[in-house]
Write a protein that binds this ligand. Sequence first.
Ligand SMILES: C[S@@+](CC[C@H](N)C(=O)[O-])C[C@H]1O[C@@H](n2cnc3c(N)ncnc32)[C@H](O)[C@@H]1O
Length: 195
Amino acid sequence: MSNLIKNITEFALYLVQGYISEGDVVVDATCGNGYDTLRLAQLSPAKLYAFDIQQEAVDATRKRLREAGFAEKLENGTIEVICDSHDHLTDHVKTFIQAAVFNLGYLPGADKGCTTSASSTMRAVRSCLSRLEPDGLVCITMYSGHPAGRQEKEHLLAFAENLDKRQWHCAYINLINQPAAPPEILLITRKKRPE
Ligand SMILES: C[S@@+](CC[C@H](N)C(=O)[O-])C[C@H]1O[C@@H](n2cnc3c(N)ncnc32)[C@H](O)[C@@H]1O
């Protein structure tokens, strides 16, 4: 296993995979170049939804999935790569979900202006929580090294800190001795309903 503390995106995926079993419904809210979507597809969910607002990202994700042997799952709808904002999630996802992954920011190598924003991210996170199974996980990787990312992080942390402790557990992972605003992870899980 790679050194997870040195590689925060691997750390996020490592945590998420512990929550997903074959047959679950899973969301990648920001598919980008498709690396995270592919890792989620390899966990054999019953349904995988991947969102991005950029057609370029949707095409890159579909290509990566096809090349990795998931063409049939794309064709039969087991995996849906959707060119739409994640804050329209409930237009597409009609069931409960076991996990949702947000890897915020902009598409590496593309227009840095096309970045996730606090307002739509907050709406999308709320939608995911409204659909989250007990013991399911929403995992958000945040990048506060740019102004929109800083604002997003502030909104997300304020929101998570104030979630009802009887219903939710929230954790925040940050690299406290690293310079230049390294990526950070916010985790939100729904507590099991009392028996
Ligand atoms: C850091 S990249 C994601 C990396 C990706 N998970 C991967 O494995 O390659 C962030 C992505 O979020 C997308 N994005 C920005 N705003 C969005 C929105 N409102 N809804 C969905 N995706 C959005 C960007 O287009 C970009 O591709």
